[in-house]
Ligand binder design. Sequence first.
Ligand code: GDD
Ligand code: MN
Length: 363
Amino acid sequence: MTAEIAVIIPTFNERANIAPLHAALSKVLSNCDWEAVFVDDNSPDGTAAVVQELARQDARVRCLLRIGRRGLSSACIEGVLATAAPYVCIMDADLQHDESIIPRMQDLLRRGGFDLVVATRYGSPGGMGTLTAGRVRLSRLATWVARTLTRVPVSDPMSGFFLFRRDWFDQIAARLSGRGFKILLDMLLSGPKPPRYTEVAYRMRSRLHGESKLSVSVIWDFVMLLAHKLSGGAIPARFISFATVGVSGLAVHMLVLGALHRWLGIAFLIAQTAATGTAMTSNFVLNNWLTYPDRRLHGVAALRGLLSFYLACAFGALVNVATAGWLAAKGFPWWAAGFLGVVAGAMWNYGSTGILTWRDAGR
Ligand code: GDD
Ligand code: MN
């Protein structure tokens, strides 16, 4: 017999939170058949070993260990796919989410009429707990952007704590992007029609152990996910990020060129060469940080990556010039030929660096 409710808990460096969370879940779910699936991305602090030890004592606990992978959203998705329970709850491991409201959320689903119950920090008696003022403002801003762009009136689309029916998830699973931090937003945007949902307010607690993984690259990822969905899912989020970085590279190029040639009086061709090198390097650094946070290269691998990036981009320049020349010969106006050359070069760079520089290594 499978559990009635599965709690999916993504973890990265949460070893000290596992036992307290397990104890809290055992207590609050004592009246039902439940299981917990911890999805750990091979945390350096040994979280997986702690979960496996617990799983040896409690058969309701499972550890899904992912090696060479990173990402909150994809961890949640794989956790859901690893259970057959009809109700699934997703929550953080860090005890910030108040597990005592799970039975109430589950009751709402059991009675029918809803696909999804979101735990919101914005209702009363809700609250942001002890998040810093900056985090609260950031969270409000992201929520507002998400709501205006998507027209899904959930009060907390950034929530990482919610419960849903498995049959609803099965309808949207194939369309999920699986990138970044915003699994709920991804789910809200991926269905053929908006889910029937309701909300339950709670007060967010503060973290006791470990630290938050929210970072600039996570926020960037969120913006890219929105852009991807706004394009109707046509343009991959990664390509939008890559192209945005490319535009920033153009700005870097012009700045360096201007500074060297106009201000310092360095010969044009030398200045242009230096500007090209600087722009390619800054593009590599930004892409390594923002476009490929899940395959980020460090140390010697980053150096090798940089060289392969230069190589790929040199071919990209050829593709660019050849395409533009061909289109111009076909009678395209200069600006259209030039622009399409740039687009072709960018697509080449995106494809070739995806293989050469940030190879997925088949994982
Ligand atoms: N497997 C895996 N892989 N787990 C991860 C990863 C990852 O790459 N990154 C983070 N986690 C786990 C953490 O261990 C934690 O259990 C949970 O995901 C949330 O991570 P935190 O680092 O604690 O995030 P937060 O508290 O800053 O953000 C929370 O609040 C946001 C709203 O402000 C999360 O609930 C977000 O989903 C939510 O949007
Ligand atoms: Mn947290």
